[in-house]
Ligand binder design. Structure first.
Ligand code: NAD
Length: 477
């Protein structure tokens, strides 16, 4: 979505980059090297479907190869274009650097309405697209590793992994060619929920600092905060579900393609999602809340926290001045345009930027890639040893209590939790939580320590650009 007078998504990302580099001491040459997108491959391929040949256009863009493999999702949408793919690839570079996943940035996209094709047809299209990318090493465990994005998920990633394995029968690391696979096809527990979970962990970390919360003219914790979510897809659904079920947030509105649901007392996210699943992805007709057709207008409703989790450019010069939320977390990539960002900053709105907010996906993708390369699931070697040590301690405490007539007794709940070793899901969540906390701390340090840094977005860019620059310098560029 681009309204007149506004820069494109790609230009918007560059302008945000420029705001940050102005505050950094970097040579213009290196600055330009980091800013530009290294390459974009466009492919047009035909697939015989429904008795005729259909031609599709796809892209794979590599923004920066300062580290390899490069990493970034594959999006299926009719709106996919080169400008968008390059913007998203650039964001991947900065995101990976910010959360310290050892990847360069990349992104892919296919111009397709995935709802217009049945499962078998989508498999044929996906395998053909993957074939085109694999034969050019644009999908490869050591060079370029895609993941899901809008319109794609576990199913498409499993097809891509299988296509790669068919074309590289002796590559022992074949499964690491793509992440976001289902667990039975080499995936990792917790990947599907990872981006939404990361949004939750990001907010928990933000709310640990009362002075940061005060900058957003809020107080207290997440409990009772009124939240508007746009997009109940992978990211929005998980974020809204976890925030409402585990942190006490009240989801007052969910905005989707066909309008929005509103409820003062809070929507049951799981129930709404079940409704959508049973009703062609539509909210209309949902019996337990009011439905309005103008979803975009609901972005402007009063709330404590706004979570755009659908697509780019939804908060733009056309509506920024009317946004009432004091805090926005960019669960989607690029939901706030460069111009809107300026308007919102002037209004004192705090924005937790996309490159940090939705980095949970690539973080858990990194864990999945490491799992595939090490050919063993996390926790397999340690879990029972950890449980045995804990049991030793519990038994010794119980023996001491009995021998010394101390009358201690450990509660059943404590024993249950203490004696349960960490399985893969627990380890993934722990690694994700650590990543989100550490990255936030790196950003907020710059936000608070430097007088010339106004906002978290510039702070995030400064952290990541410095890291990319350090890698280039050490390579001798
Ligand atoms: P998805 O396809 O699962 O969900 C997107 C949802 O947004 C869908 O329910 C769709 O109906 C809805 N939607 C689309 N256009 C809309 C509009 N104009 N108004 C309201 N709702 C609309 O996609 P996703 O994977 O959840 O990705 C959403 C965003 O998060 C994208 O910007 C993507 O780049 C970003 N992201 C995704 C991941 C991931 O792991 N999936 C990781 C990082 C960032």
């Amino acid at each position: 979505m681009q309204i007149s007078g506004e820069p494109s998504f790609r230009e918007s990302v560059d302008l945000m980059f420029n705001r940050a580099v102005k505050l950094m001491d970097m040579s213009p040459g290196l600055e330009q090297k980091i800013r530009v997108c290294n390459s974009t491959y466009t492919v047009r391929f035909g697939v015989r479907l429904r008795g005729k040949i259909e031609t599709f256009t796809g892209y794979r863009s590599v923004h920066s190869e300062h580290m390899e493999p490069v990493k970034g999702g594959i999006r299926y949408a009719l709106s996919v274009n080169q400008n968008e793919v390059e913007a998203l690839a650039a964001l991947m570079t900065y995101k990976c650097a910010l959360v310290e996943t050892p990847f360069g940035g990349s992104k892919g996209g296919l111009c397709i309405d995935p709802r217009a094709w049945d499962e078998h047809e989508l498999e044929q299209i996906t395998r053909r697209f993957a074939y085109e990318l694999i034969k050019r090493d644009l999908i490869n465990p050591a060079q370029n590793v895609p993941a899901p994005d809008m319109g794609t998920g576990e199913r498409e990633m499993a097809w891509i992994a299988d296509q790669y394995a068919r074309m590289n029968t002796t590559d022992i690391n074949a499964k690491a060619c793509v992440t976001g696979k289902p667990p039975h096809a080499g995936g990792i527990q917790g990947r599907v929920e990872a981006t939404g979970r990361g949004v939750q962990y990001a907010l928990r970390e933000f709310f640990r600092y009362p002075e940061d919360v005060a900058k957003a003219r809020l107080s207290g914790g997440l409990e009772g905060k009124r939240v508007i979510v746009q997009g109940l897809g992978n990211v929005g659904y998980h974020a809204a579900k976890f925030l409402s079920e585990e942190d006490g947030c009240i989801i007052t509105s969910i905005i989707e393609r066909d309008g929005a649901l509103l409820s003062d007392t809070g929507l049951d996210v799981e129930d709404v999602r079940q409704w959508m699943n049973a009703n062609d992805g539509l909210l209309a007709g949902y019996p337990k809340a009011r439905h309005v057709e103008d979803g975009a207008a609901v972005l402007e409703e009063a709330c404590d926290l706004l979570i755009p989790a659908a697509m780019e450019g939804v908060i733009n010069l056309g509506n920024a001045a009317r946004i009432k939320a004091p805090l926005i977390i960019e669960a989607a990539n690029g939901p706030v345009t460069y111009g809107a960002d300026e308007v919102l900053r002037q209004k004192g709105v705090v924005i937790i930027p996309d490159m940090y907010a939705n980095a949970g996906g690539v973080t858990v993708s990194y864990f999945e890639w490491v799992k595939n390369l090490s050919h063993i699931r996390f926790g397999r070697m340690q879990r029972r040893a950890e449980e045995a040590r804990s049991r030793l301690l519990v038994e010794e405490l119980e023996r001491l209590s009995a021998d010394q007539h101390l009358g201690w007794s450990l509660t059943a709940d404590f024993k249950e939790r203490f004696l349960t070793g960490s399985d893969e899901l627990a380890l993934v969540r722990s690694g994700l939580d650590d990543t989100m906390r550490t990255a936030y701390q790196a950003m907020r340090k710059i936000w608070h320590e430097r007088d010339d840094v106004e906002d978290l977005r510039v702070a995030a860019y400064i952290v990541s650009i410095s890291r990319v620059a350090a890698t280039y310098r050490s390579k001798g560029l």
